[in-house]
Design a protein around this ligand. Structure first.
Ligand code: ATP
Ligand code: MG
Length: 584
């Protein structure tokens, strides 16, 4: 029952995969046609050989021999040509299909809401879009069509053999039951070994990827030896899995060779007797010897092709799994307007990342347009979470968030986000030029704007000093820049968009006094004249804010100006003393 339902499941996956073939229907039909031609042309040669032998060679008919030899050569050339087109077209089809599939998959992944990435290790979508898809191409180039071709060819060959001499055919096929048993054992062994190989490849990938990113930690803490041991273990498992599949192949192929040799021996032994007794012609015997070779090749390869197909099906199942994962509801309104003022209001907002673990517990506050508000609180209080909510990276469970008096869910999401600029706690830079990291490929931003913003933010000087200036490639995650420099770039990124609302999550880590001065100045520049919500860790930012909100364990416990809050002698005062007293 279980096997059967799995079979049906694979069929639905296969038909779903074939939807991707639709745009290339004509190409597909061509490959099927070529398959048919190959299936017919292959078995034709032994037949012609038999005919030539019996009718021309044994009768010493030189003219007929010449004609038929030419025919044989012609067929051979034609077959090679068809084989070439066939290989080329099937592979092309496979590549087209996976290109479209990959685009569809990436498009889907881009739509996933943050909750998906919270639950899924980043390696998963990476392996799906990169390597899993590759095996799907094999379904077309090396699996399905080839299997159909091979089966067809087997049918044609056996048909020809029966037509020539049914008794010799039976003798020839007498080893087939053994072959089927061997094939089955092989198929199961390889399937198991392959799935193990895939698991080990994934493990190796994840390990190397993650640990190379953390190289600095490994070296500083002298973990190289332990690292080597862990790596050796994973690598050993990887090798073992591969050797298992190699073993299956090395045993299976000689077994097929032996079986085909046995068939050959039997045919020769029996056939020679027939020829002597005049029950069969010499040509038939030669044709049968050729057929045995033709017959066992597809039989041997079928087992392998079925594995390829199976692997491809496993991969497509995984990919359809991702495609079937809902991206998360994005209830989005249509509201847009020419501009927004930037009034933000939280009304009794409750939010949990998952279940009942409330991270924000009934928060209410209002920021009037143009005001700069600072949010302070201990680590884990829920400050960065507020940002995630305003930009709708996550949706709240209770309460409402309004911008300009309109619930943020009613805004067109792209419009809403285009009005908000973010500077995040940990800056993320792509391995690209400084310029592209600022514009993020937004063609509406002109080079002049970027220059101007860089100057105003106070980052022009250091950018100009970089080799190539704006064109300098910051490498993966901006490793070629200092922390302060990376932050300044993210300031320009926000400033150049001239947002109505600016949200700044100040980095917790402190930087050198010189960069600190630059950042302080930049903060001042980008918050000026627009609604700003600053999650503040610097005293200067806190002091220049028109109001301070104090957050504790997801609740808003105090609010007011710096002086008011100090006078109130409450939580803020203690926070202030712990964080800043010693440094001021
Ligand atoms: N993606 C997430 N999934 C689940 N829980 C999360 C997620 N992000 C944050 N949290 C939890 O939410 C709480 C608030 O986190 P948040 O990042 O808002 O703190 P914070 O006030 O910004 O702290 P810090 O000052 O250290 O940046 C923490 O307890 C954290 O564990
Ligand atoms: Mg934070």
């Amino acid at each position: 029952m279980k096997e059967q339902s799995k079979g049906i499941f694979e069929l639905t996956n296969l038909s779903r995969l074939f939807r991707y073939v639709k745009p290339y229907r004509s190409l597909f039909y061509i490959t099927v046609l070529l398959t048919l031609l190959i299936a017919i042309l292959g078995p034709l040669r032994p037949w012609l050989t038999q005919y030539t032998l019996d009718n021309y060679i044994l009768n010493s008919d030189k003219k007929g021999l010449l004609v038929f030899s030419a025919l044989l050569v012609g067929i051979l050339i034609l077959q090679s040509l068809i084989q070439f087109f066939y290989t080329y077209q099937t592979n092309r089809l496979g590549q087209y299909v996976i290109r479209d599939l990959r685009v569809g998959l990436y498009k889907h992944i881009l739509k996933f809401r943050m909750t998906y990435f919270d639950r899924t290790p980043i390696g998963t979508p990476v392996t799906r879009t990169v390597s899993d898809i590759e095996t799907i191409a094999d379904i077309f180039s090396d699996g399905l069509i080839v299997i159909i071709g091979d089966i067809l060819q087997l049918i044609v060959i056996i048909g020809c053999m029966i037509y020539l001499d049914w008794r010799l055919t039976l003798i020839c096929l007498s080893t087939v039951p053994l072959l089927i048993i061997a094939t089955n054992i092989f198929k199961n062994k390889v399937k198991k070994a392959f799935s193990e190989v895939r698991t080990q490849v994934a493990a190796l990938n994840v390990f190397v990827q993650e640990h190379l990113s953390g190289m600095r930690i490994l070296q500083v803490f002298n973990r190289q030896n332990e690292e080597m041991n862990a790596f050796k273990n994973i690598n050993r498992e990887h090798m073992k899995a591969n050797i298992k599949s190699i073993w299956a192949y090395s045993v299976f192929f000689p077994v097929v060779e032996i079986l085909s040799a046995v068939s050959l021996g039997l045919v020769v032994w029996w056939g020679v007797g027939d020829v002597i007794d005049d029950r069969a012609t010499f040509g038939t015997l030669v044709a049968f010897i050729m057929y045995i070779n033709l017959l066992f090749r597809p039989m041997r390869e079928l087992a392998d092709k079925f594995n390829t197909l199976q692997m491809g099906m496993v991969s497509s199942e995984r990919i359809f799994d991702v495609l079937d994962t809902p991206t998360g509801q994005r209830t989005e309104g249509k509201h847009t307007s020419s501009n927004i003022d930037g009034t933000i209001e939280f009304k009794d907002v409750w939010f949990a990342y998952k279940g009942d673990d409330w991270v924000l517990k009934g928060i209410s506050f209002k920021i009037t347009a143009g005001e700069t508000i600072a949010v302070v609180g201990e680590t884990g209080a829920g400050k960065s979470t507020i940002i995630n909510l305003i930009t709708r990276m996550y949706d709240i469970q209770k309460g409402s968030i309004q911008i300009d008096g309109i619930n943020i869910c009613e805004y067109d999401l792209n419009f809403l986000r285009s009005k908000i600029a973010l500077v995040l706690q940990d800056v993320f830079l792509f391995s690209d030029s400084v310029y592209n990291n600022i514009t993020l490929d937004d063609s509406k931003i002109s080079p002049e704007q970027v220059e101007e913003s860089a100057k105003l933010v106070g980052a022009k000087e250091f950018i100009d000093k970089l080799p190539g200036g704006m064109e300098y490639n910051v490498r993966e995650r901006g490793t070629m820049l200092s922390l302060g420099q990376r932050q300044l770039i993210s300031f320009i990124r926000a400033y150049v968009r001239n947002p109505s609302i600016l949200i700044l999550d100040e980095a917790t880590s402190s930087i050198d006094p010189e960069s600190e001065a630059l950042i302080t100045n930049a903060t001042h520049v980008i918050t000026k004249g627009r609604t700003s919500l600053v999650i503040a860790h610097r005293l200067s930012t806190i002091k220049s804010a028109s109001r301070i909100l104090v957050l504790e364990q997801g609740g808003l416990i105090e609010s007011g100006t710096h002086e008011e809050l100090l006078l109130a002698n409450g939580r803020y005062k203690r926070l202030y003393e712990i964080q800043f007293q010693l440094t001021t």
